[in-house]
Write a new protein. Structure first.
Length: 388
């Protein structure tokens, strides 16, 4: 009887119990599984069957429940949600943002733009206030949308349990290394570059640090926008995708991060930073790690812009020394953490296995109509920005 019970248990396929997000606490795992059992949510992946059981259908004869079909249904629903979230972001950032500037200009506020350029002109206060509002809205809106649609508990949506604080430090070190590898001042978005250029007139003696608008925008760009970006990429979107394994979630969110830059020159940096942020979050157990990685990245780019203000012959030397120093410090931090941990690493990535290969599953996800269309729009805009 005992052997029969064990055999029967092995024949049961239950995707909710088979995937164990071990990086988190027991409380997180329980809440994650509870969310996945929600029957009225198309984005929850639940499939249970007995491999030896067959269902008889009068018209089709004996048939088996199909795990790949269940995967396809859930992935299609999630990718549709991601496509809509990306559409919300792009619409607010491009269309609504430009419309708001035109409306403000029309009613007499000193801010101007045109449809052929991302540059914004006018008074410093008006520019900063408008750009901050548009950027916040563009990220907060899709985060709220995903939260409402996924119906995910807050503690599942945003990982918050620090399981390994050393990994936070290691991720910061890796971010410093990656920043040096992708050390292009142009990695800042075009709108951010335009605003920073606005605040650094070379022919005047006015210090940019005496301009309150410059300080406000810098704090917003480096801290607030970094947190909102990671909340979008590493929040509910990431949690829903990791039903199919952490590697799948990392791959899709990395592609989304690269596409949303809509800038060919930004994409390599976006890809590497996204990978470091995702891996760091999973290893440490908290989304705070992703926040730190993004903030380090923005600080690095900001430092390069500030160094370029210097028009003397020593500018290149100072910038190269800064880049080399950051690289060495980053390597030292990461190596020190890894050497200290030694072989004490534990498995932290949730793996998922099925009849469908990981590559086929990813290809299927990326080819969903709405996501594929939005991705095409992002790539087209990136191409136009590169050519013109």
């Amino acid at each position: 009887m005992k052997n029969a019970a064990i055999t029967q248990k092995k024949d049961i396929i239950n995707v909710i119990n088979d995937l164990d997000p071990t990086v988190q606490s027991k409380e997180y795992n329980d809440k994650f599984r509870e969310w996945r059992r929600s029957k009225n949510n198309p984005c929850t992946f639940r499939f249970e069957t007995n491999a030896k059981e067959k269902v008889f259908n009068d018209s089709r004869g004996f048939e088996n429940k199909s795990l790949p079909e269940a995967e396809c249904r859930t992935i299609t629903a999630i990718m549709r949600l991601i496509g809509l979230a990306m559409l919300i972001y792009i619409t607010i950032d491009n269309v609504l943002g430009t419309a708001i500037i035109y409306i403000l200009d029309f009613i007499g506020i000193n801010i101007h733009t045109n449809i052929f350029s991302s540059a914004v002109y006018g008074g410093a206060t008006a520019i900063v206030a408008t750009m901050v509002a548009i950027s916040c809205l563009a990220l907060i809106a899709p985060v709220i949308y995903l939260h409402k649609k996924l119906k995910m508990p807050f503690k599942v949506e945003f990982m918050s349990t620090v399981n390994d604080s050393a990994e936070i430090l290691s991720s910061i070190g890796m971010a410093m290394v990656v920043c040096t590898i992708v050390c292009l001042p142009s990695a800042y978005s075009s709108s951010a570059r335009d605003i920073y250029n606005y605040f650094r007139p070379i022919d005047t003696d006015l210090s940019i640090w005496n301009q309150k608008e410059f300080v406000i925008y810098t704090i917003f760009e480096i801290i607030v926008l970094s947190i909102l970006t990671e909340a979008f990429l590493r929040g509910g979107l990431f949690a829903a995708l990791r039903q199919f394994g952490d590697s799948f979630a990392i791959a899709v969110t990395t592609i989304v991060a690269a596409l949303l830059t809509r800038d060919i020159y930004e994409m390599p940096a976006a890809i590497l930073i996204s990978i470091v942020a995702s891996v760091g979050m999973l290893r440490s157990g908290t989304i705070i790690t992703a926040f730190f990685v993004r903030i380090i990245y923005k600080l690095y780019l900001f430092a390069l812009i500030i160094l370029e203000v210097d028009t003397s012959s020593s500018m290149m030397i100072n910038r190269n020394l800064f880049m080399l120093s950051v690289f060495i410090i980053g390597v030292a931090i990461s190596m020190a953490v890894q050497l200290t941990k030694g072989r004490r690493h534990k498995k932290v990535f949730a793996a998922y296995r099925s009849e469908v290969t990981a590559a086929s599953r990813l290809t299927f996800a990326l080819r969903r109509l709405l996501f594929f269309t939005i991705a095409g729009i992002c790539l087209l805009q990136a191409l136009i920005n590169a050519l013109f």
